[in-house]
Design a protein around this ligand. Structure first.
Ligand code: HEM
Length: 551
C-alpha cells in the first residue's frame, strides 16, 4: 500500500519532467533548422509559476560557486533590460531561446523589425495571444485579439484618438501637474518618497478625464489613506501590481482563498474594479442614448456595443480595463524614470529650462496653450531619450501562427516555423552601438536635436531627429502600433512644462552625503529596475527627490 502511494506521488512529477524534456528536445531540434545561435533554457520564462517564484529561486543559483550556463542570465522576465545590446554583440543580431514552451527568436535588426511589422497586415506574423491572457481577466479587449475581432474593436475606438481629445489631454495634464507640484513642494527639503504612487495617480486622473469623462482632483497617498475605502484607482493599482498572481489563480479561486492573508484585498480589488466598470458602462449607456456626437473612448465603446452592436458588454468592460492599464501605467513609469534621471543631470534640466523660458515665456496668468506643444522639442527629446534606455514595455512580441514564414536575417533566408515567437529586442535595438554610436548607453537627450543653419534664435531652428524606420519603436509601429502615442506625448510635455518652467529637482541628501554620493544613490535606485507587469524602478522611495524653485 505504501509503495503504491509512493509510486502515485512520484508519478506526476516524473511525467511532468518527462513531458518537459520531450518538448524541449522537440523545440531544440526545430531551432536547429533555423541556423541561428541557440540558447537552451530548461524552463519557459513565461511560465506563470516560474514568473512568480524565479525572483526567489534565481538568487540561490547565482550564489552557487560553479557556473550554470545561460540559466540565470536569460531565464527570467526582464533580462533584456540588464543585457541591453550585450547578448546580441555576443551572439549576433538574431538568436533563438529554445524552451519547453516555444522557441523565441530575438532580433535587434531594424530591417527584420520593419519587415515583420509590414507583413503583420497580411497575417503572416501576429501578436501571440496566449501571452496576453494576463490582460483578459476582465474580458477580451483590443490588445488580446487578432484579425476580424481586432478590426471590430479598433473601429470602435480609433476615432476617439483625435486632436480634440489631445487638447483635453493637454489642459487636464496642466491642471493635474499643477496640483501634484503643489503637493511635492509642500514636502520641502524632506523630499517626496511617494513619486511612483503620485505619478500613477496623475496619469490615471488624466486618462479618466480625457478617456472616460470623469474629473478628479489630484489626491496624495496620505489623503487617500484617510478615506479608508478602496478607491477605483487603488483597486486598479493593486490589480496591475499582482496581475500574474491573479491570472495564475483566476478570480473565482482568488475569491475562495480570500481568507489567506494578502489575497483578500486582491479579491476585493478585482470585485471593486469590476463593479466600477459595470457602473461606468451603465451610466454612459444612459447618457449617450440617441447621441451621435464625437466622444471619448468610453462613449465610443458604449456606442459600439449598444447602438452599433459591434461589441458585447463584456468586451466593453475588457476594453475599459485595457485602456485604463495601457493608458496610464506606461506613461507613469516614463515620468518616474525621467524625474530620477533629471535629478541626476542638472545640466539637462538647465538645457530644457532654456527652451521652456523661450517658448512658454514668463506668462503665469494664463496657462500655455496646446499650440506650444510642437515647439517644445527639447522636452520631447527628454521623453524619447528616456524611452530609448528605459522602455516600460521591454520588448514587442510577434510570431507565426499555423503557417511558416520566410524571413531574411542579414544575408540569410530563414524559414520561421509555425508557432515561433519573433521578439523585437527593443532594449538591444535602442542601445546598439551600431545604431546609436559609442555613447549608446549614455542618457543624452541632446542626441535627438538637430539645428538648422540660419540666423534666428536657436530655439526656432531646433527640431527632433527622426530615426530610420524600425530603429526606434517604443510605441511599436504599423497596424498594431500604440494608438495612444500622441496622447502620451502631449501628456508628458504638458506635465513637464508645469514642473520645470520654474522649478528643478534633485536627490535629497542624507546627513553627511555630498552631491556625488546623493547622485550615486539615485543611480542605484535607477539600476534597481525590474519587471512587474511593465519595467519599473522597484524602490524609487530609496532616493526621495526634492523640488525647489530654480535660481
Ligand atoms: C509612454 C507611453 C506609452 C508607450 C511607451 C506605449 C507603448 C505601446 C506599445 C509598444 C504597444 C504595442 C504593444 C505590442 O505590440 O505588444 C502599445 C499598444 C497599445 N497602447 Fe500604448 N503606449 C503608451 C501609452 C499609451 C496610452 C496613453 C494609451 C491610451 C490612452 C495607450 C493605449 C494602447 C492600446 C489600447 C494598445 C493596444 C493596441 C492594439 O493592440 O491594437 N498606450 N502601446
Amino acid at each position: 500500500m505504501t509503495t503504491f502511494l509512493l509510486l502515485t506521488i512520484l508519478l506526476f512529477p516524473t511525467l511532468f519532467i518527462l513531458s518537459t524534456l520531450i518538448s524541449l528536445l522537440r523545440n531544440y531540434l526545430t531551432a536547429r533548422t533555423l541556423h541561428l545561435p541557440i540558447i537552451v533554457l530548461p524552463i519557459s520564462p513565461e511560465n506563470p509559476l516560474w514568473m512568480l517564484t524565479s525572483p526567489y529561486i534565481l538568487p540561490f543559483f547565482r550564489a552557487l560557486p560553479f557556473s550554470n550556463g545561460h540559466f540565470t542570465r536569460f531565464c527570467y522576465t526582464g533580462w533584456e533590460f540588464v543585457e541591453k545590446s550585450r547578448a546580441h554583440l555576443e551572439f549576433g543580431d538574431a538568436f533563438v531561446l529554445a524552451t519547453p514552451g516555444r522557441n523565441w527568436i530575438y532580433t535587434c535588426d531594424a530591417g527584420v523589425i520593419r519587415e515583420v511589422i509590414r507583413r503583420e497586415r497580411g497575417g503572416e506574423f501576429a501578436r501571440p495571444l496566449e501571452m496576453l491572457s494576463v490582460l483578459e481577466t476582465f474580458g477580451a479587449n483590443i490588445a488580446t485579439v487578432n484579425g476580424a475581432d481586432w478590426q471590430r474593436m479598433r473601429k470602435c475606438t480609433a476615432a476617439s484618438f483625435n486632436e480634440q481629445n489631445n487638447l483635453l489631454v493637454w489642459t487636464e495634464s496642466l491642471r493635474q501637474g499643477n496640483q501634484m507640484l503643489q503637493y511635492w513642494l509642500s514636502a520641502g527639503a524632506e523630499g517626496v518618497k511617494t513619486m511612483a504612487y503620485d505619478t500613477r495617480t496623475l496619469t490615471l486622473d488624466i486618462l479618466a478625464h480625457a478617456g472616460f469623462g470623469k474629473s478628479f482632483d489630484f489626491q496624495s497617498r496620505r489623503d487617500r489613506m484617510k478615506s479608508g475605502a478602496l478607491s477605483y484607482r487603488d483597486a486598479l493599482a493593486l490589480i496591475l501590481e499582482n496581475a500574474i498572481l491573479i491570472l495564475a489563480l483566476g478570480p473565482p479561486v482568488l475569491k475562495k482563498l480570500a481568507w489567506v492573508p494578502g489575497l483578500g484585498i486582491l479579491s476585493e480589488a478585482v470585485d471593486k474594479f469590476k463593479r466600477c466598470m459595470t457602473d461606468i458602462f451603465d451610466e454612459t449607456t444612459e447618457k449617450t442614448r440617441g447621441q451621435r456626437t464625437q466622444g471619448n473612448f468610453l462613449t465610443s465603446l458604449v456606442r459600439g456595443a449598444v447602438e452599433d452592436k459591434l461589441l458585447t458588454p463584456e468586451e466593453v468592460i475588457g476594453n475599459i480595463f485595457i485602456f485604463s492599464f495601457a493608458g496610464h501605467d506606461t506613461t507613469s513609469h516614463t515620468f518616474e524614470f525621467s524625474f530620477m534621471l533629471l535629478a541626476m543631470h542638472p545640466k539637462v534640466q538647465d538645457w530644457m529650462a532654456e527652451e521652456l523660458n523661450y517658448v512658454v515665456k514668463g506668462d503665469r496668468v494664463q496657462e500655455p496653450g496646446y499650440d506650444v506643444f510642437p515647439k517644445l522639442v527639447r522636452v520631447m527629446a527628454v521623453m524619447l531619450e528616456t524611452l530609448r534606455l528605459y522602455d516600460p514595455l521591454i520588448s514587442v512580441v510577434k510570431g507565426t501562427e499555423g503557417r511558416a514564414a520566410k524571413l531574411k536575417f542579414g544575408e540569410q533566408d530563414i524559414m520561421v516555423p509555425p508557432k515561433t515567437r519573433v521578439i523585437f529586442n527593443i532594449n538591444a535595438l535602442h542601445s546598439h552601438p551600431q545604431y546609436w554610436g559609442d555613447d549608446a548607453l549614455e542618457w543624452k537627450p541632446s542626441r535627438w536635436i538637430q539645428t538648422a543653419t540660419g540666423d534666428g534664435p536657436v530655439h526656432d531652428r531646433e527640431s527632433i531627429t527622426i530615426p530610420t524606420t524600425g530603429l526606434f519603436v517604443p510605441w511599436s509601429e504599423g497596424m498594431r502600433g500604440c494608438p495612444g502615442k500622441k496622447f502620451s506625448q502631449v501628456e508628458y510635455v504638458a506635465v513637464m512644462v508645469i514642473l520645470f518652467r520654474e522649478y528643478c529637482v534633485a536627490p535629497v541628501k542624507r546627513q553627511g552625503e555630498d552631491d556625488i554620493a546623493a547622485k550615486a544613490r539615485a543611480q542605484s535606485a535607477l539600476k534597481d529596475t525590474g519587471m512587474r507587469l511593465l519595467l519599473q524602478m522597484l524602490h524609487p522611495e530609496k532616493c526621495p527627490l526634492k523640488w525647489e524653485r530654480r535660481v
